[in-house]
Design a protein around this ligand. Sequence first.
Ligand code: NDP
Ligand code: A1CAB
Length: 267
Amino acid sequence: MKKPTILFIGAGRMAEAIFAGLVKNSMDHIQEIIVSNRSDRERLQSMEKKHGVSITTDWKPEVKLADVILLAMPPGVHSQILEEMSPLVKGQFVITVAAGIGPSDLEQRLPEGTPVAWIMPNTAADKGESMSLYAPGKNVEEKHMRILQLILDGIGESEKLTEEQVHDLTAITGSAPAFLYRFVELLENAATEHGISREQAKKLVGQMVYGSAVMLKAGSDAKELREQVTSPGGATAAGLDVFSEYQFEKIVSEAVKATNKKAREGH
Ligand SMILES: NC(=O)C1=CN([C@@H]2O[C@H](COP(=O)(O)OP(=O)(O)OC[C@H]3O[C@@H](n4cnc5c(N)ncnc54)[C@H](OP(=O)(O)O)[C@@H]3O)[C@@H](O)[C@H]2O)C=CC1
Ligand SMILES: O=C(O)[C@@H]1CCC=N1
């Protein structure tokens, strides 16, 4: 397979997590990573220095050099960028990571036959630990699937789903890291109320979350793990009763719904 040149449009947090993951794990199979954004030149320069990627403030001339164009800008600017890009696209593989922009949206806005795909990653891509959902478009062939897999494998684990499923699971893998981090922040705050430093709180909570993630990753069921911790009539049960009293289940279910609703409205 010819090593692909990948052009990023957007150099924000998600773009950086992806190209950082690719630079660490996949550069043997990639010709070049070119990164562009709208206006933040300083950020581009810092990305060049930190990750060794090529940078440009004008993505348009780079389109003809690219095998893959990876859209990592906000959902709301996709229609404008795709309109500008469409006349320049000649068979390049166009991938978006934007919430709410499925392959059928890309196909509608790009020349007939353009191979496209949608990846919904998360920021753990930076450490090669993303859980990425993906949905290829109808013109994706074997050679595009190999490139898609190269990108997905460079940033972590992945699961192929339908376009509708990616819409409906954006909250679970794309946004829920923020839910988890919010939970961590609150536990850290609670910990510092008891005479320990922020650093100590960070260590306590971080290792607790890491250990729990390792147990889950080993294949154990979350319900079973919860029950192992919850001694009958004991301390944890008293804490979990408060979760029920304040309808934690409803909070999570409503947060997932609100996230997916907003994601679908994103363009
Ligand atoms: N953050 C996350 O965890 C996840 C994000 N995503 C998706 O990733 C995308 C980016 O999100 P995120 O990285 O958080 O956002 P950021 O705000 O961090 O980054 C947005 C980037 O897009 C660039 N940009 C904005 N408008 C244009 C334009 N008209 N032309 C070219 N570049 C433009 C910005 O450039 P400049 O700074 O110069 O304005 C910036 O580099 C979104 O579509 C989001 O849905 C998906 C999964 C997870
Ligand atoms: O907050 C957002 O809109 C993006 C989509 C998934 C995670 N971050």
